[in-house]
Each structure stands twice: as C-alpha cells, then as structure tokens.
Design a protein around this ligand. Structure first.
Ligand code: ZN
Length: 462
C-alpha cells in the first residue's frame, strides 16, 4: 500500500461504511480468462481484488460503468519499443512514448537497449535510463539489456539489476554504438544467459546474406525488398534455433517477417527448443505490392513483404507458431525518416505505430474472422508471459489493475499529426480503421496524460 492510498483509506473508512473497493469497473463486456461476459471488477491499492458476475453488486468509492459499446481488456504489454531517451530524445522520449502507448491501450512497455545513448549494455547505462524514465513515465516501463561484443561480464549484473533479457543483432544495427555479434559470440552469450535462465532476443537477419544482396537505393520499394531477402532471416533464425538447442537457453525471434522461416520454427518448437517468436502490425496489415514509390515511412528491417507472406504470418499466429504481436515502434526525426527525398537507401529504417497497434491488429483480425480474445492473447497475455510479468496482461484477482477500455466497433481515421508520437511520420497516416481505445488504466488509476504515474518495473519483481 502506498502512503497516498493509506491516507485515503483512513479518510474514507469513516466517511462511507461498507465501501469495499477503491474502484469498481462494471460492464457488459469484460474479458476474463479468454471470455467476454458481463462482470464487475473491484480494485484495491492498484490490484484487482475481485472479479464477479455483473448481477452481484460490488461497492466502490469510485464506480465506472462502461458503455455497451466498450470492452474492458487487460492493458496491453508491448515488449518491443525504442524510446531513444536519453541521447536521441528528438526521435522519441519517455514522455511522448508512454503517452502514445497509453492512448493505444498499452499499459506496460519494455524499452529496447539501443538508439538511446548510452545503449543499455551495462548497469550504469541501465541506471541512467531508469532515472530518466522514472520522472516521465505515464505507464509502467521496464528495460531490455543489450548483448554486444565485449560485454559478457555485464550480462549477469544487468540481469540482477532487473533487465528482462538481452537483445543482440547479427548484422549492423543501424547505430554504431550497438555492435552486432557473430553467431558464435551469440551462442557464447546464450550459454551465459542459460546459467540464470535469462532470455536472448535476436534481430535475426544474416549479415553475409544481406552483404551479398543488391544495395538498396532509389525510390522503388521492390529494390529495397530485394536488398533484404527472406533468406537472410531464414539463415539467421536457423542459427538462433541451433544455438538455443545446444545451450538450452531461451531465445526469442524479434519482428519475424519471412514466412519461409515458419517451418523451421515449427519443427524447433516441436523438438522442445525453447524458442518464441513475435511479429508486428506492419507485417500483418501492410503489403509490399501496395507501398508507393518513395514512401520511406514504410521502410523497416526486416522489410514488409508480399501479401501471400502476410497471410502465412496470420496462419502462424493462429496455430501458435508466432506467440506475440508487438509494435517495434522505432521512430526517428522527420528529417531522417524522409532523408534522400524518398530514397530507400538513405531513409531511417523503422515504423512508428506504438499508439495504433491494437486498432490496426483488431481491424485486420476482424476482417479475417478472428476474435478480439485472440488479439489480446498475442498483445497482452503472451507478451507478459514472455517477460515473466505474471501480474500483467490479464484481468484476474491479484493482477495489477491495468486496463484498456476498447470500443471495437468505433471508427478511427489515423491522423499522424494527432498522435502522441513525437514525430508525425507513420505509414498508417490517413488509414480508416475500426477500433478505438477510450482509456487506459495503470494500477487502478486512469492515465490522464498530464501527471506521470507510471512505475519502473524490473525482472522478478512482478
Ligand atoms: Zn526494434
């Protein structure tokens, strides 16, 4: 119990006999354990203390009655966000990123270790980032560490300081201060991580395959796509699978794009290799065939591929081969994103979508006949499981009172300039979607976009 809530309990105990909960949310559509039903949720001290059928009456100091058109979901957990602060705060920052996240129904994010300066490759850097985030976070924020050449001795201390796992690249990361590992060095680091059962998360594109592919240049998307072939992902993913198999470490494939890698992943999972996989809204809702010339807002690595590839990724979500959907929100300044006047070789690679993920995925899932419950599995349940946050990503007694109030039938027209993202460049600008986030709640408090009430979270603290 916090000092504030203790004081407030003392004040209300005499004022209102019989008030059982700080907050009660009531609605016809509340998602619990994979089913939507009329329910009431009672919250005390930021945690869910009761979940009962709608007919029972929970008394609360504050009672929020949801509309018929609203669904109470667990707050989403986005485990792949590049916040970029400190060092590149002009690209994004904890204030803008966490407001955007909340507006999109995300109540927990895990920040990637690169694009900030310093990158999160030792405990001092982690503490620097935590200090910056603590004062600005509107939602809960945790951190990945980085595995780079020469920081083997920093892995365990970072783990003990609360890092949720370690990211590595197998090719140039896009920024010089975060160097890639060779597949051999990745495996050596995974052997270290296996000692304390941490997780290696991998940007899986093979450097040699990319080097041998044509250079990206010009305004045509086909040229860019040819520069990042599926085989680069397939080769790197095979290396991750084999390293995980040999070391026994847990490994996670970041932002899967190539559907050609799915069979190898299926086979590895069937063999008991400890591997999980994520993909992103841009691979699931966009298609190479429709990307206009010069539209570098769509540039990301690995690239958005063809329509048929996208359909196979959806199949892999449905059968559990892909576990999670995360944003990989990776913005830059407008100048860098549009550098070269539409030349795909020069623009920054990264898609901005933190605020839009749920609307994008729900809009596409609905079109494909997929239920909202499954979307929440991929964006909240499985992502929180990935990072061991047992008290996030679900509505149930004992869990943090993190919610997204979602209107799945309400129309949304994306206006990049209206998003909380710091830089108004996104390939989704102008897109018509169905599904709007009405509010986000973090540990029983509605995010108000003014007072940052988010907390820092650390591995193992749950
Ligand atoms: Zn990323």
């Amino acid at each position: 119990m916090t000092a504030t809530s203790a004081a407030h309990d003392a004040a209300t105990a005499t004022a209102a006999e019989g008030v059982a909960y700080d907050l009660v949310l009531r609605g016809a559509r509340v998602l619990v354990d994979g089913t939507v039903a009329p329910r009431q949720v009672g919250v005390n001290d930021g945690r869910i203390a009761a979940v009962v059928p709608y007919e029972e009456t929970l008394e609360g100091e504050r009672v929020v009655e949801l509309g018929e058109h609203q669904v109470l979901l667990p707050g989403l957990v986005d485990t792949h966000v590049h916040v970029n602060e400190p060092g590149r705060t002009e690209w994004e920052g904890f204030d803008s990123a966490t407001r955007a996240a909340a507006a999109g129904g995300v109540t927990t994010l895990i920040d990637m270790p690169l694009n900030s300066i310093p990158p999160t490759i030792d405990v001092a850097a982690l503490e620097t980032k935590q200090a910056v985030a603590a004062a600005k976070a509107h939602i809960d924020v945790g951190f990945w560490g980085g595995a780079v050449p020469g920081n083997e001795a920093d892995l365990r201390p970072l783990h003990e300081a609360g890092a949720f796992g370690f990211k590595c690249f197998l090719l140039h990361s896009g920024v010089d201060e975060f160097a890639p590992l060779t597949p051999e060095a990745m495996e050596d680091d995974m052997a270290i991580l296996a000692e304390f059962d941490s997780l290696m998360i991998v940007h899986a594109e093979d450097a040699g395959t990319i080097d041998a592919a044509p250079e990206p240049s010009g305004t045509g998307y086909a040229g860019f796509l040819a520069s990042r072939p599926r085989s680069a992902e397939d080769t790197a993913i095979q290396a991750v699978i084999e390293a995980a198999r040999r070391t026994g470490a847990r490994a996670h494939i970041l932002h899967l794009s190539s559907s050609d890698a799915l069979d190898a992943i299926r086979a590895a999972k069937a063999d008991g290799v400890r591997i999980t996989v994520e993909t992103c809204p841009h691979y699931l809702t966009l298609e190479a065939e429709a990307i206009p010339d010069g539209a570098t807002a769509y540039k990301c690595c690995p690239p958005i591929r063809e329509r048929a590839n996208r359909d196979l990724l959806w199949e892999a979500l449905a059968d559990g081969t892909i576990d999670c959907i995360v944003s990989d929100h990776s913005p830059s300044t407008v100048e860098l994103k549009l550098a070269g006047g539409g030349d795909f070789g020069q623009a920054w690679g990264g898609v901005s979508s933190l605020q839009l993920g749920l609307s994008l995925i729900w809009d596409e899932a609905k079109r494909r006949g997929i239920a909202l419950e499954r979307v929440v599995d991929w964006m909240a349940t499985n992502t929180s499981r990935l990072v061991g946050l047992e008290n996030k990503g679900r509505i149930g007694v004992g869990a943090d009172a993190d919610f997204a109030v979602f209107e799945p039938e309400t129309a949304l027209r994306v206006d990049a300039a209206q998003l909380h993202h710091r830089n108004p460049v996104t390939p989704y600008d102008g897109r018509e979607l169905t599904g709007v986030v009405a509010s986000a709640w973090v540990r029983g408090e509605q995010v108000d976009f003014e007072t940052p009430r988010g907390k820092l979270i650390r591995r193992g603290e749950a």
